[in-house]
Ligand binder design. Sequence first.
Ligand SMILES: CC(C)(COP(=O)(O)OP(=O)(O)OC[C@H]1O[C@@H](n2cnc3c(N)ncnc32)[C@H](O)[C@@H]1OP(=O)(O)O)[C@@H](O)C(=O)NCCC(=O)NCCS
Length: 215
Amino acid sequence: MASEIGALARALEDVRTVQKRDPAAPAWWVIAGSYQGVHAVWYHRVAHWLWQRNMRSYARLLSQYARRVTGIEIHPGAQLGRRVFIDHGSGVVIGETAVVGDDVLMFNGINLGGTTMSPGKRHPTIGDRVVIGAGAKVLGPLRVGPDARIGANAVVVKDVPDGATAVGIPAVIRNHPGPTEASTAASAVDSGDSHRHPNPDAPPEPVREPAMYYI
Ligand SMILES: CC(C)(COP(=O)(O)OP(=O)(O)OC[C@H]1O[C@@H](n2cnc3c(N)ncnc32)[C@H](O)[C@@H]1OP(=O)(O)O)[C@@H](O)C(=O)NCCC(=O)NCCS
C-alpha cells in the first residue's frame, strides 16, 4: 500500500502511470490537464487528507465537487494506494470503506459498493495490481486478491482469489490461458498487455480453495 512521498512526486507518478498503461496516452501536460481519472484521484487525495483530520464536511463538499467535474465519485473515507489509474472514468463510484491497493487499473462504470445500510466495513478491499473491467460491480466487504482480474460488467459478490479472473453475473472464476496466449483485444489493450501483471520470476502460485466455483 501507499508509502509517503511528496504530493508533487505523487502527482508526477500518476501522470507517468497513465503514460505506461494507456496506449492512447498523449503528452504529459495533456494528461495532467485533461484526464478526469487522474483529476479524480488528485481531488480524492486532498479530500482524504481532510477526512483523516476530522474536517469531514469540507471533505464531503470537495468530493461532491470532484464528482460534478469528473463524473467519478470517491468517498473521502476510501483508501487508495499509489499509481491507481481510473481510465475513462465516468460513472465510477467508490464507497467509504473501500480499500484499493497499489497499481490498480479501473475503467468506467465501476462500483466498489456496499450491500448493507449498516455502518462499518461494507465495501470491498482490492489487492495490488488488480484490473477491474468496465462496468464491473464489486459489492460488499469482500476481498479481491492481488493480481486478480475482474471482467467487464461482472458482478462480484464473493472473494476473488489472488491472480484469478472473475467474469459474469454473479461472477465466477474462470481459468485463463497463460499470459502469452491472450486471445481478445479486451485483454490485450496495449502491447504490454496492461490487463495482466505477469511476473516471470514469481514462484508458482499455491493451490487455493476458491471462494467461487470454477467454470
Ligand atoms: C475478463 C478478461 C480480463 C478476460 O481476459 P482473458 O483472460 O484474455 O480471457 P478471454 O478473453 O480469453 O476469455 C476467456 C473466457 O471468458 C469469457 N469472458 C471474457 N471476458 C468476459 C466478460 N467480461 N464477461 C463474461 N465472459 C467473459 C470469454 O468469452 C471466454 O469464454 P470461453 O472460454 O467460453 O470462450 C477480459 O475479457 C475483460 O473483460 N477485460 C476488461 C476489459 C475492459 O474493461 N476494457 C475496457 C476498455 S475501455
